[in-house]
Design a binder for this molecule. Structure first.
Ligand code: ADP
Length: 286
């Protein structure tokens, strides 16, 4: 709360006196509250019209696909070209709209996390299941690039006390990045126990990250590497969000990489005594 209490102790151990520093943090708290209010209002105001733009774009696409595409005259090249162009344009509106939605969600997420305004839902969870859910959620990306995903999940792992959805979000971020920056090879998701921690990693055989950029990737809006022009689009917020989530769980996240060979993102999650006790109790109950 910003207040400090210090005791002045003499060499013989006697207490000479106490200094108390009281800092009024009302104004800082108020600024924090205003920042969070501002962010939620702005993102709400951006999301509402965007939802309606995307909704109408979807309706137009359906009508276009169902009623216009089937009646395009086969002998009219000009009409065929125009219909194709309009189809492509609708796809762009949809995909850019979805990208903007993701960006707004990421900005809102990170702002709320930094302000400590996220609601967490901790429960005993099986990390193997979390990894499987994330792999299922990214399967279309994996298939589109013809990349293999390998799961190495140790047996008999203890359950951990975590926010399941947030950890699925972390895994989806790491796997999507692995897919984005890998053109061939495989992606390996590994879950194992190391002493009092679970260790989870996502390894790819992609472009890799230069040693001087390894720390930067966890900074907000940082996109590293030289091939910026043909870089897949992203927000540069995925990894900072992962870091906030993992650190909130008392874990650590880092990356090891070699340019041209691939990267491995790893994080740890403490196996808390509570979770061990709770899982033991749950096992006994069965
Ligand atoms: P985004 O992927 O949206 O750009 P992230 O915060 O997830 O944002 O990642 C930041 C940057 O870190 C990426 O733009 C990329 O330069 C680098 N990066 C992340 N994951 C990988 C990976 N698996 N291989 C190579 N580079 C990566």
């Amino acid at each position: 709360n910003g207040n400090t209490v210090r005791e002045a102790i003499a060499l013989d151990g006697d207490c000479l006196g106490t200094a108390i520093l009281i800092r009024d943090v009302t104004a800082e708290k108020e600024v924090d509250r205003m920042k969070t209010d501002f962010i939620s209002t702005v993102s709400h105001e951006l999301r509402t019209p965007l939802t309606s733009v995307l909704g109408f774009a979807k309706i137009i696409k359906k009508k276009f696909d169902d009623t216009i595409v089937p009646v395009v005259p086969l002998d009219d090249r000009k009409v065929q070209r125009t219909v194709k162009q309009v189809g492509n344009n609708i796809e762009i509106i949809l995909s850019e709209g979805q990208r903007l939605t993701a960006l707004i969600n990421d900005v809102l997420d990170i702002a709320k996390m930094e302000a400590g305004k996220i609601e967490w839902h901790f429960e005993l969870s099986d990390m193997g299941q979390v990894v499987k859910r994330a792999i299922a959620a990214t399967s279309s990306l994996l298939e589109a690039k013809d990349l293999q995903v390998v799961e190495v999940i140790d047996e008999e792992l203890p359950e951990v006390f975590v926010d399941r959805d947030r950890l699925i979000q972390v895994m989806i971020n790491l796997i999507s990045n692995a897919v984005k920056f890998t053109s061939e090879g495989s992606i390996t998701c590994h879950v194992t126990r190391i002493e009092n921690h679970l260790s989870v990693s996502v390894a790819d055989t992609g472009i890799g990250i230069a040693p001087e950029d390894l720390d930067k990737v966890f900074e907000k809006f940082k996109q590293v590497g030289e091939t910026l022009t043909d870089k897949p689009q992203g927000t540069g917020l995925g990894l900072p969000i992962c870091k906030q989530i993992i650190e909130h769980h008392g874990g650590r996240i880092w990356v090891e990489s070699e340019v041209g060979r691939g990267s491995t993102f790893s994080f740890t999650l403490p196996i808390s005594p509570t979770s061990a006790e709770q899982s033991q109790k749950l096992n006994l109950d069965l």
